[in-house]
Design a protein around this ligand. Structure first.
Ligand code: UDP
Length: 303
C-alpha cells in the first residue's frame, strides 16, 4: 500500500511494485498528487486507487504486507500554502498509517526528509546529527511535522515492536515532477525552456544535493526490504553537492535560451547547505546512487 502514491515518488513506487508482480493499493487525496502520474497503471488488474486523506482514519479491507507513507506535500510553496493541513498530514497521517500497519501486521516505511536537519551547522549531515530547526517559521509545518512523525514511528516501535523503516530523503528530481511544483530543478528548466528569467533566491551560494528519481526509488525499495536492524533512520540522497548558482549555470549551458539569471530575496529559513552522508545506506542496504545530475544532463540534453 502506498499512501501518497499519486505523487512524484509514490507513483513510481506503484509502477515498480506492479512490475514485480505485486498487488498495489494507492491511497491519495490528490492535493499535490496527480492522477496523470497513474494513468498508465489505472487499469492494471492488480492496481487499486483509493481517494482518501491520511488525516482521516483508514479502513481498508485488503491485507497489506508493506506500507509506504509518502503522503505529504514536499515542495516549499505547496506545503506552505496550507501549513495546518501540512502538519496534520504528517502527524495524523503517521498515527493512522501506524494503526493500519498494526492491524495488518505490515512493515511500514516513513518517508522522512533532509528537512529534519533544518539549516544544518555540519556538513555532510550524518543521521546522528540532531538538526537546527526553527519551530516558528514558514518551513516549520513541514520540518517539525516530519520530525514529530519520526518520533511517533520510533515510539510505536518501542511500545509495540512495529516493524518499521525511516528514509530521510534528500532532494529527489526526475521525470514526472509537476512542472508547477515550485522546486528548483523544475523551476529552472521550465524558466529556461520558456525564455523567462532564472530566479535564483538569495545569492545562489546555498547548496543542495540532487538525487535522480530511479536511484531514490531503488533506495526506498532496498530500505523497505532490508533486515530489521535498519529501523534506524537512513539518509537517501546523492552526495554530489551543488550551489544553486552552479545548477543554474549547468541548465543554461544545456538549454538554448534567452533566459538570464535574476537574483530575488532568499526565503526565510532557507537551508544554507545540504549534503547527505550516506555511509549508513551503503552499509545497511548496499545502496549508492548511480547517476548524478551532471551526467544526466550530458546524456538527456545534448549541448
Ligand atoms: N530556489 C531558487 N529558485 C527557485 C526555487 C528554489 O533559487 O526558483 C532555491 C531555494 O531557495 C533553495 C534551493 O533552491 O535554496 C532548493 O529549493 P527547493 O524548493 O527545490 O527545495 P528545498 O531543498 O529548499 O526544499
Amino acid at each position: 500500500m502506498i499512501a501518497g502514491g499519486a505523487g512524484f515518488l509514490g507513483s513510481r513506487l506503484c509502477s515498480r511494485y506492479l512490475e514485480y508482480g505485486c498487488t498495489v493499493t494507492c491511497l491519495d487525496n490528490l492535493s499535490t498528487g496527480r492522477l496523470c502520474n497513474l494513468s498508465h497503471i489505472m487499469d492494471h488488474p492488480k492496481f487499486t486507487f483509493a481517494l482518501h486523506d491520511v488525516i482521516d482514519p483508514i479502513s481498508l479491507e485488503s491485507p497489506f504486507n508493506y506500507i509506504f507513507n509518502m503522503a505529504c506535500p514536499a515542495s516549499p510553496p505547496k506545503y506552505q500554502s496550507d501549513p495546518i493541513q501540512t502538519i496534520k498530514t504528517s502527524l495524523y497521517g503517521a498515527f493512522n498509517l501506524l494503526e493500519l500497519a498494526a492491524r495488518k501486521e505490515a512493515r511500514i516505511l516513513q518517508a522522512s526528509t533532509s528537512e529534519i536537519y533544518g539549516d544544518p551547522e555540519v556538513s555532510p549531515q550524518q543521521e546522528r546529527y540532531q538538526g537546527n530547526v526553527n519551530t516558528v517559521g514558514p518551513r516549520s509545518c513541514y520540518d517539525e511535522g516530519k520530525r514529530a512523525a519520526e518520533t511517533i514511528f520510533y515510539d510505536h516501535h518501542e511500545c509495540f515492536g512495529t516493524d518499521l523503516r525511516i528514509a530521510r530523503i534528500f532532494n529527489a528530481y526526475g521525470p514526472g515532477m509537476d512542472a508547477m511544483d515550485g522546486r528548483v530543478v523544475s523551476n529552472f528548466i521550465n524558466q529556461a525552456l520558456a525564455g523567462q528569467p532564472i530566479t535564483i533566491f538569495g545569492d545562489g551560494s546555498q547548496t543542495r544535493s540532487f538525487c535522480y528519481l530511479e536511484d531514490m526509488v531503488d533506495g526506498l525499495i532496498a530500505l523497505m526490504h532490508s533486515p530489521a536492524t535498519s529501523n534506524i533512520p537512513i539518509n537517501l540522497g546523492n552526495p554530489d553537492e551543488f550551489s544553486i548558482l552552479e545548477l543554474a549555470s549547468l541548465i543554461l549551458k544545456k538549454i538554448p535560451t534567452e533566459s538570464k539569471i535574476i537574483f530575488v530575496d532568499l526565503p526565510q529559513d532557507d537551508p544554507r547547505q545540504r549534503c547527505p552522508d550516506i555511509s549508513r545506506a551503503r552499509k545497511h542496504l548496499g545502496w549508492v546512487p548511480t547517476l548524478n545530475i551532471r551526467q544526466l544532463f550530458m546524456t538527456l540534453i545534448p549541448a
